[in-house]
Design a protein around this ligand. Structure first.
Ligand code: DGY
Length: 311
């Protein structure tokens, strides 16, 4: 019997798979620094930082199974050096995350935050011909930065579902039928909505900064469902205050959650969600099953369902 640590309970059948395995399941939160030495496997979330110094204590650990597609919370090289496998949960959350990016686009473009907040504050007195006017999606251009699984799914939703002009910037031209590859500057200066879908790593930290915000149309919206650290948040606030762009729809921040008094929380031009990109019942169900199977496969010395290998 092995010890499997899960930093907080998750939803769905994956729990049953773990319980049926006969291993000892330990639910957190616990102080990992002092307890990781006892664990053979851990299931982690984006909020769990798995650093090299933590792994120094992890003498029995065979696998870190991340309940996420992004693995920027894990020191991959340190895991590799120690022969610890890393698993993740790609594909099953692609639709859900693209759907949330679309939700943010629609919410920004139709002034939904302002409108619902007025209703709740009792400010809906009569129909206003000039109230809550937004650009909407019709005839707009959406620029997608990072055309991996989620970027492509969003591109198809926008192009096939809304007939929107979709352009993208990525490491290379992918010859897609529903979206046109353009250089970054062209995307920045011509998009009505810009949606970020890059991976977070050392090279992409603060990728989106004031220089890039300044190139956007003053009427455009910036959407981020990827990772907060891809954006220089102080410069985002600056750009919003200076009117370099119309607003931002964000599902991620850096740090998460933001500090209590952070401008990003109450900024009138920011529509902020608490990192819920994958939060559909279906996506979370499947993420749990893969995370559980990744653990059991590693404990049996078998190939993981999804192993992260690019350290
Ligand atoms: C991921 O999977 O990387 C998301 O951010 C959390 O679901």
């Amino acid at each position: 019997m092995k010890n499997i640590y899960i930093s907080a309970p998750f939803y769905g059948y994956g729990n049953h798979i773990l319980k049926q395995s006969g291993h000892n399941i330990i639910y957190g939160p616990k102080d990992l620094k002092s307890s990781i030495k006892d664990y053979h496997a851990i299931i982690t979330y984006v909020s769990d930082k798995i650093s090299e110094s933590l792994l120094d204590e992890a003498t029995k650990l065979k696998v870190v199974s991340n309940y996420a597609v992004g693995v920027d919370n894990i020191d991959l090289l340190a895991c590799k050096k120690r022969g610890i496998k890393v698993g993740n949960t790609p594909d099953v959350l692609t639709f859900a995350t693209a759907e949330l990016a679309l939700t943010l686009i629609l919410n920004c473009g139709r002034q939904i935050k302002e409108a619902t907040s007025d209703v709740q504050k009792g400010l809906w007195k009569k129909w206003r011909p000039q109230g809550y006017l937004g650009p909407g999606l019709q005839n707009s251009t959406v620029g997608i930065i990072g055309m991996g699984r989620i970027g492509q799914c969003l591109g198809k939703m926008l192009s096939h579902g809304f007939g929107v002009n979709v352009i993208y910037y990525s490491r290379k031209d992918k010859n897609l039928s529903y979206a046109k590859y353009v250089e970054l500057d062209e995307l920045l200066s011509t998009s009505d909505y810009i949606s970020l879908h890059m991976a977070s790593n050392e090279q992409t930290q603060s990728f989106f900064n004031l220089e890039k915000f300044k190139k956007m149309k003053s009427t455009a919206y910036f959407i981020n469902t990827a990772r907060g650290d891809l954006v220089n948040e102080d410069e985002l606030i600056m750009a919003l205050d200076k009117g370099n762009m119309a607003g931002a729809g964000l599902d991620v921040t850096d740090p998460e959650p933001p500090k209590e008094n952070a401008a990003i929380i109450r900024h009138p031009k920011v529509f902020l969600l608490p990192h819920i990109g994958s939060a559909t019942l279906k996506a979370r169900e499947e993420m749990g099953i893969i995370a559980a199977k990744n653990v059991l496969m590693a404990l049996d010395d078998k190939p993981l369902v999804h192993e992260v290998i690019d350290a």
